[in-house]
Design a binder for this molecule. Sequence first.
Ligand code: F6P
Length: 344
Amino acid sequence: MSVERVGVLTGGGDCPGLNAVIRAVTRKGILTYGYEIVGVEEGWRGMMEQLARPLSLDAVSGILPRGGTILGTSRTNPFQDENGGQIVLDHMKAMGLDALIAIGGDDTIGVASKLCRMGAQMVGVPKTIDNDLNGTDQTFGFDTAINIVMEAIDRLHTTAESHNRVMVVEVMGRHAGWIAVEAGIAGGADVVLIPEKPFVLNEVCEIIKKRHNRGKTFSIVVVAEGAKLADGMVLQSQEKDAFGHVRLGGIGNLLSAEIEKRTGYESRATVLGHIQRGGSPTAFDRVLGTRFGIGAIDMVHNGEFGRMVALKGTEIVSVDIEDAVAKLRTVDMGLYDIAKVFFG
Ligand code: F6P
Protein backbone atom coordinates (compact mmCIF):
# COMPACT_ATOMS: atom_id res chain seq x y z
CA MET A 1 0.00 0.00 0.00
CA SER A 2 1.45 3.38 -0.94
CA VAL A 3 1.93 5.85 1.89
CA GLU A 4 0.56 9.39 2.01
CA ARG A 5 -0.41 9.97 5.64
CA VAL A 6 1.86 8.91 8.48
CA GLY A 7 0.90 8.94 12.15
CA VAL A 8 3.37 9.34 15.00
CA LEU A 9 2.70 8.60 18.66
CA THR A 10 4.61 8.59 21.94
CA GLY A 11 3.67 5.96 24.54
CA GLY A 12 4.70 4.93 28.07
CA GLY A 13 6.77 7.07 30.43
CA ASP A 14 7.95 10.28 28.78
CA CYS A 15 11.64 11.07 28.39
CA PRO A 16 13.82 13.87 27.08
CA GLY A 17 14.40 13.60 23.32
CA LEU A 18 10.86 12.62 22.28
CA ASN A 19 10.31 16.01 20.66
CA ALA A 20 13.55 15.67 18.69
CA VAL A 21 12.13 12.49 17.11
CA ILE A 22 8.73 14.08 16.36
CA ARG A 23 10.47 17.10 14.79
CA ALA A 24 12.75 14.95 12.60
CA VAL A 25 9.90 12.68 11.44
CA THR A 26 7.78 15.70 10.55
CA ARG A 27 10.51 17.72 8.80
CA LYS A 28 11.78 14.91 6.62
CA GLY A 29 8.32 13.42 6.11
CA ILE A 30 6.94 16.68 4.74
CA LEU A 31 9.97 18.17 2.99
CA THR A 32 11.54 15.07 1.46
CA TYR A 33 8.67 12.65 1.01
CA GLY A 34 5.66 14.99 0.72
CA TYR A 35 3.75 13.07 3.42
CA GLU A 36 1.04 14.44 5.65
CA ILE A 37 2.17 13.87 9.22
CA VAL A 38 -0.44 13.29 11.91
CA GLY A 39 0.38 13.55 15.62
CA VAL A 40 -1.58 10.93 17.57
CA GLU A 41 -2.18 12.23 21.09
CA GLU A 42 -1.67 10.40 24.40
CA GLY A 43 -0.02 7.24 23.08
CA TRP A 44 -2.22 4.22 22.36
CA ARG A 45 -5.15 5.97 24.05
CA GLY A 46 -5.13 8.32 21.07
CA MET A 47 -5.55 5.36 18.71
CA MET A 48 -8.35 3.88 20.83
CA GLU A 49 -10.19 7.22 20.97
CA GLN A 50 -9.04 8.78 17.66
CA LEU A 51 -7.27 11.73 19.27
CA ALA A 52 -5.00 13.31 16.69
CA ARG A 53 -3.95 16.54 15.04
CA PRO A 54 -1.99 17.40 11.90
CA LEU A 55 1.67 18.24 12.41
CA SER A 56 2.99 21.07 10.25
CA LEU A 57 6.54 22.41 10.02
CA ASP A 58 5.40 25.26 12.26
CA ALA A 59 3.96 22.88 14.85
CA VAL A 60 7.36 21.26 15.37
CA SER A 61 9.42 24.42 15.22
CA GLY A 62 11.24 25.26 18.47
CA ILE A 63 10.52 21.94 20.21
CA LEU A 64 14.02 20.42 20.03
CA PRO A 65 15.18 21.56 23.49
CA ARG A 66 11.85 20.80 25.17
CA GLY A 67 11.56 17.85 27.51
CA GLY A 68 8.46 15.62 27.57
CA THR A 69 6.38 15.14 24.46
CA ILE A 70 4.23 17.70 22.65
CA LEU A 71 1.85 14.83 21.80
CA GLY A 72 1.24 13.70 25.37
CA THR A 73 1.58 10.09 26.44
CA SER A 74 -0.24 7.38 28.37
CA ARG A 75 0.26 3.84 29.56
CA THR A 76 -2.90 2.66 27.77
CA ASN A 77 -2.62 -0.91 26.53
CA PRO A 78 -5.10 -1.56 23.68
CA PHE A 79 -4.79 -5.31 24.21
CA GLN A 80 -6.39 -5.02 27.64
CA ASP A 81 -9.59 -4.76 25.61
CA GLU A 82 -10.50 -8.03 23.90
CA ASN A 83 -11.00 -6.24 20.55
CA GLY A 84 -8.40 -3.54 21.22
CA GLY A 85 -6.06 -4.61 18.42
CA GLN A 86 -8.84 -4.57 15.84
CA ILE A 87 -10.10 -1.22 17.14
CA VAL A 88 -6.65 0.32 16.53
CA LEU A 89 -6.56 -1.14 13.00
CA ASP A 90 -10.05 0.17 12.25
CA HIS A 91 -9.15 3.59 13.62
CA MET A 92 -5.99 3.71 11.52
CA LYS A 93 -8.21 3.30 8.50
CA ALA A 94 -10.80 5.80 9.74
CA MET A 95 -8.07 8.35 10.45
CA GLY A 96 -6.54 7.76 7.02
CA LEU A 97 -3.20 6.63 8.46
CA ASP A 98 -1.27 4.47 6.00
CA ALA A 99 1.57 3.94 8.46
CA LEU A 100 2.30 4.64 12.11
CA ILE A 101 5.56 5.39 13.90
CA ALA A 102 5.35 4.27 17.53
CA ILE A 103 7.94 5.83 19.83
CA GLY A 104 8.18 3.98 23.12
CA GLY A 105 9.75 1.44 25.41
CA ASP A 106 9.11 -2.30 25.59
CA ASP A 107 5.37 -1.89 26.34
CA THR A 108 4.63 0.54 23.48
CA ILE A 109 6.86 -1.29 21.01
CA GLY A 110 5.32 -4.58 22.20
CA VAL A 111 1.86 -3.30 21.22
CA ALA A 112 3.22 -2.14 17.84
CA SER A 113 4.77 -5.55 17.31
CA LYS A 114 1.42 -7.31 17.94
CA LEU A 115 -0.36 -4.88 15.59
CA CYS A 116 2.24 -5.58 12.88
CA ARG A 117 1.42 -9.26 13.22
CA MET A 118 -2.21 -8.28 12.54
CA GLY A 119 -1.14 -6.55 9.32
CA ALA A 120 -0.56 -2.93 10.37
CA GLN A 121 2.23 -0.92 8.75
CA MET A 122 4.28 0.18 11.75
CA VAL A 123 7.79 1.25 12.59
CA GLY A 124 9.13 1.42 16.16
CA VAL A 125 11.48 3.96 17.74
CA PRO A 126 13.15 2.90 21.01
CA LYS A 127 12.82 5.30 23.94
CA THR A 128 13.25 4.89 27.66
CA ILE A 129 15.46 6.39 30.33
CA ASP A 130 15.92 2.80 31.58
CA ASN A 131 17.96 1.84 28.47
CA ASP A 132 16.60 -1.71 28.73
CA LEU A 133 15.26 -2.27 25.22
CA ASN A 134 16.73 -5.16 23.32
CA GLY A 135 17.92 -4.67 19.73
CA THR A 136 19.51 -1.25 20.24
CA ASP A 137 22.78 -0.37 21.95
CA GLN A 138 21.14 2.67 23.53
CA THR A 139 17.75 4.33 23.83
CA PHE A 140 17.43 8.11 23.88
CA GLY A 141 16.51 9.67 27.23
CA PHE A 142 19.08 7.53 29.03
CA ASP A 143 21.97 9.94 28.54
CA THR A 144 19.96 12.83 29.99
CA ALA A 145 18.89 10.69 32.95
CA ILE A 146 22.41 9.60 33.85
CA ASN A 147 23.66 13.17 33.62
CA ILE A 148 20.93 14.30 36.02
CA VAL A 149 21.82 11.49 38.43
CA MET A 150 25.55 12.18 38.11
CA GLU A 151 24.97 15.81 39.03
CA ALA A 152 22.84 14.77 42.00
CA ILE A 153 25.62 12.43 43.19
CA ASP A 154 28.18 15.24 42.86
CA ARG A 155 25.98 17.48 44.98
CA LEU A 156 25.34 14.75 47.55
CA HIS A 157 29.11 14.23 47.88
CA THR A 158 29.69 17.70 49.30
CA THR A 159 26.92 17.51 51.87
CA ALA A 160 27.77 13.88 52.77
CA GLU A 161 31.37 14.90 53.36
CA SER A 162 30.43 17.89 55.51
CA HIS A 163 28.15 15.83 57.77
CA ASN A 164 30.02 12.49 57.79
CA ARG A 165 26.94 10.76 56.45
CA VAL A 166 26.03 7.81 54.28
CA MET A 167 23.87 9.07 51.40
CA VAL A 168 21.61 6.57 49.67
CA VAL A 169 20.42 7.68 46.21
CA GLU A 170 17.43 5.81 44.77
CA VAL A 171 17.25 5.97 40.98
CA MET A 172 14.84 4.60 38.37
CA GLY A 173 15.29 1.19 36.81
CA ARG A 174 12.60 -1.41 37.32
CA HIS A 175 14.21 -4.49 35.86
CA ALA A 176 17.57 -3.19 34.69
CA GLY A 177 20.15 -1.17 36.57
CA TRP A 178 21.69 0.78 33.69
CA ILE A 179 21.04 4.19 35.27
CA ALA A 180 22.46 3.09 38.63
CA VAL A 181 25.59 1.56 37.11
CA GLU A 182 26.49 4.27 34.59
CA ALA A 183 25.58 7.21 36.84
CA GLY A 184 27.28 5.40 39.72
CA ILE A 185 30.52 5.06 37.76
CA ALA A 186 30.29 8.65 36.51
CA GLY A 187 29.55 10.01 39.99
CA GLY A 188 32.05 7.84 41.88
CA ALA A 189 29.54 5.84 43.95
CA ASP A 190 30.91 3.66 46.76
CA VAL A 191 28.23 0.98 46.33
CA VAL A 192 25.83 0.38 43.40
CA LEU A 193 22.87 -1.98 43.77
CA ILE A 194 20.91 -3.22 40.76
CA PRO A 195 17.93 -5.51 40.05
CA GLU A 196 20.16 -7.99 38.22
CA LYS A 197 22.16 -8.77 41.39
CA PRO A 198 20.08 -9.35 44.53
CA PHE A 199 22.05 -8.08 47.52
CA VAL A 200 22.53 -8.98 51.17
CA LEU A 201 22.20 -6.04 53.59
CA ASN A 202 25.05 -7.12 55.85
CA GLU A 203 27.42 -7.34 52.89
CA VAL A 204 26.58 -3.75 51.90
CA CYS A 205 27.17 -2.63 55.49
CA GLU A 206 30.53 -4.44 55.57
CA ILE A 207 31.67 -2.60 52.43
CA ILE A 208 30.76 0.73 54.02
CA LYS A 209 32.40 -0.14 57.36
CA LYS A 210 35.62 -1.15 55.61
CA ARG A 211 35.64 2.17 53.77
CA HIS A 212 35.11 4.11 56.98
CA ASN A 213 37.77 2.02 58.76
CA ARG A 214 40.32 3.24 56.26
CA GLY A 215 39.56 6.82 57.22
CA LYS A 216 36.69 7.81 54.95
CA THR A 217 33.93 9.62 56.82
CA PHE A 218 31.13 9.42 54.27
CA SER A 219 29.74 7.06 51.59
CA ILE A 220 27.48 7.27 48.57
CA VAL A 221 25.23 4.30 47.81
CA VAL A 222 23.30 4.27 44.52
CA VAL A 223 20.36 1.88 44.42
CA ALA A 224 18.02 1.14 41.50
CA GLU A 225 14.34 1.19 42.49
CA GLY A 226 14.00 -2.43 41.36
CA ALA A 227 17.05 -3.69 43.28
CA LYS A 228 16.12 -6.74 45.30
CA LEU A 229 17.18 -7.79 48.71
CA ALA A 230 18.25 -11.40 48.47
CA ASP A 231 14.93 -12.16 50.20
CA GLY A 232 12.49 -10.03 48.18
CA MET A 233 11.56 -6.75 46.49
CA VAL A 234 10.33 -3.53 48.12
CA LEU A 235 6.99 -2.44 46.67
CA GLN A 236 5.39 0.96 47.10
CA SER A 237 2.00 -0.40 46.15
CA GLN A 238 0.57 -3.68 44.92
CA GLU A 239 -1.48 -1.89 42.27
CA LYS A 240 -0.58 -2.79 38.68
CA ASP A 241 -0.70 -0.59 35.58
CA ALA A 242 -2.21 -1.61 32.22
CA PHE A 243 0.93 -3.57 31.35
CA GLY A 244 0.99 -5.41 34.70
CA HIS A 245 3.85 -3.44 36.30
CA VAL A 246 3.76 -2.84 40.05
CA ARG A 247 4.91 0.56 41.37
CA LEU A 248 8.35 0.26 42.85
CA GLY A 249 10.02 2.67 45.21
CA GLY A 250 10.96 2.71 48.85
CA ILE A 251 14.16 0.71 48.70
CA GLY A 252 16.26 3.87 49.27
CA ASN A 253 14.59 4.74 52.56
CA LEU A 254 14.66 1.16 53.76
CA LEU A 255 18.33 0.82 52.90
CA SER A 256 19.28 4.09 54.56
CA ALA A 257 17.48 3.13 57.80
CA GLU A 258 19.07 -0.33 57.84
CA ILE A 259 22.57 1.00 57.13
CA GLU A 260 22.26 3.46 60.01
CA LYS A 261 20.96 0.76 62.34
CA ARG A 262 23.60 -1.82 61.41
CA THR A 263 26.68 0.43 61.10
CA GLY A 264 25.90 3.27 63.47
CA TYR A 265 26.74 5.80 60.72
CA GLU A 266 24.18 8.55 60.23
CA SER A 267 22.39 7.98 56.90
CA ARG A 268 19.98 9.83 54.63
CA ALA A 269 18.05 8.79 51.52
CA THR A 270 17.32 10.83 48.38
CA VAL A 271 14.75 9.54 45.92
CA LEU A 272 15.35 11.21 42.55
CA GLY A 273 12.14 9.90 40.99
CA HIS A 274 10.68 11.71 38.00
CA ILE A 275 13.33 14.44 38.08
CA GLN A 276 15.35 11.89 36.07
CA ARG A 277 12.81 12.08 33.24
CA GLY A 278 12.23 15.83 33.24
CA GLY A 279 13.73 18.82 31.51
CA SER A 280 15.78 19.46 28.43
CA PRO A 281 17.58 16.60 26.65
CA THR A 282 21.39 16.47 26.48
CA ALA A 283 23.10 17.06 23.12
CA PHE A 284 23.59 13.28 22.82
CA ASP A 285 19.86 12.59 23.23
CA ARG A 286 18.89 15.39 20.83
CA VAL A 287 21.20 13.95 18.19
CA LEU A 288 20.17 10.32 18.80
CA GLY A 289 16.46 11.28 18.80
CA THR A 290 16.96 13.21 15.55
CA ARG A 291 18.84 10.29 13.94
CA PHE A 292 16.13 7.84 15.08
CA GLY A 293 13.38 10.11 13.69
CA ILE A 294 15.09 10.39 10.31
CA GLY A 295 15.74 6.63 10.31
CA ALA A 296 12.09 5.89 11.10
CA ILE A 297 10.61 8.05 8.34
CA ASP A 298 13.15 6.62 5.88
CA MET A 299 11.98 3.15 6.89
CA VAL A 300 8.37 4.15 6.23
CA HIS A 301 9.43 5.41 2.80
CA ASN A 302 11.29 2.15 2.08
CA GLY A 303 8.32 0.06 3.23
CA GLU A 304 10.36 -1.48 6.07
CA PHE A 305 7.40 -2.20 8.36
CA GLY A 306 7.45 -4.51 11.37
CA ARG A 307 10.87 -3.13 12.21
CA MET A 308 12.41 -0.83 14.77
CA VAL A 309 15.11 1.77 14.20
CA ALA A 310 18.15 1.07 16.39
CA LEU A 311 21.68 2.14 17.24
CA LYS A 312 24.39 -0.48 16.62
CA GLY A 313 27.81 0.86 17.50
CA THR A 314 27.71 4.27 15.85
CA GLU A 315 25.35 3.28 13.02
CA ILE A 316 21.58 3.66 12.74
CA VAL A 317 20.11 0.36 11.56
CA SER A 318 16.72 -1.35 11.42
CA VAL A 319 15.97 -4.47 13.46
CA ASP A 320 13.04 -6.87 13.67
CA ILE A 321 10.44 -5.35 16.00
CA GLU A 322 9.69 -8.76 17.56
CA ASP A 323 13.33 -9.25 18.55
CA ALA A 324 13.32 -5.84 20.19
CA VAL A 325 10.66 -6.92 22.68
CA ALA A 326 11.56 -10.60 22.96
CA LYS A 327 13.60 -9.92 26.11
CA LEU A 328 14.89 -7.06 28.23
CA ARG A 329 18.41 -5.76 27.83
CA THR A 330 19.87 -6.08 31.30
CA VAL A 331 23.13 -4.64 32.61
CA ASP A 332 26.32 -5.92 31.10
CA MET A 333 28.07 -7.63 34.02
CA GLY A 334 31.46 -6.49 32.68
CA LEU A 335 30.31 -2.92 33.26
CA TYR A 336 29.05 -3.80 36.75
CA ASP A 337 32.46 -5.30 37.52
CA ILE A 338 34.01 -1.94 36.62
CA ALA A 339 31.66 -0.19 39.06
CA LYS A 340 32.63 -2.78 41.72
CA VAL A 341 36.33 -1.85 41.52
CA PHE A 342 35.34 1.40 43.24
CA PHE A 343 33.14 -0.13 45.96
CA GLY A 344 34.21 0.62 49.51
O1 F6P B 1 9.73 3.09 32.22
C1 F6P B 1 10.36 4.24 32.57
C2 F6P B 1 10.17 4.58 34.02
O2 F6P B 1 10.72 5.85 34.24
C3 F6P B 1 10.74 3.55 35.01
O3 F6P B 1 12.11 3.73 35.25
C4 F6P B 1 9.93 3.81 36.24
O4 F6P B 1 9.85 2.68 37.06
C5 F6P B 1 8.58 4.13 35.66
O5 F6P B 1 8.80 4.63 34.37
C6 F6P B 1 7.76 5.09 36.47
O6 F6P B 1 6.51 5.17 35.89
P1 F6P B 1 5.42 6.27 36.19
O7 F6P B 1 5.80 7.49 35.40
O8 F6P B 1 4.16 5.68 35.68
O9 F6P B 1 5.43 6.56 37.64
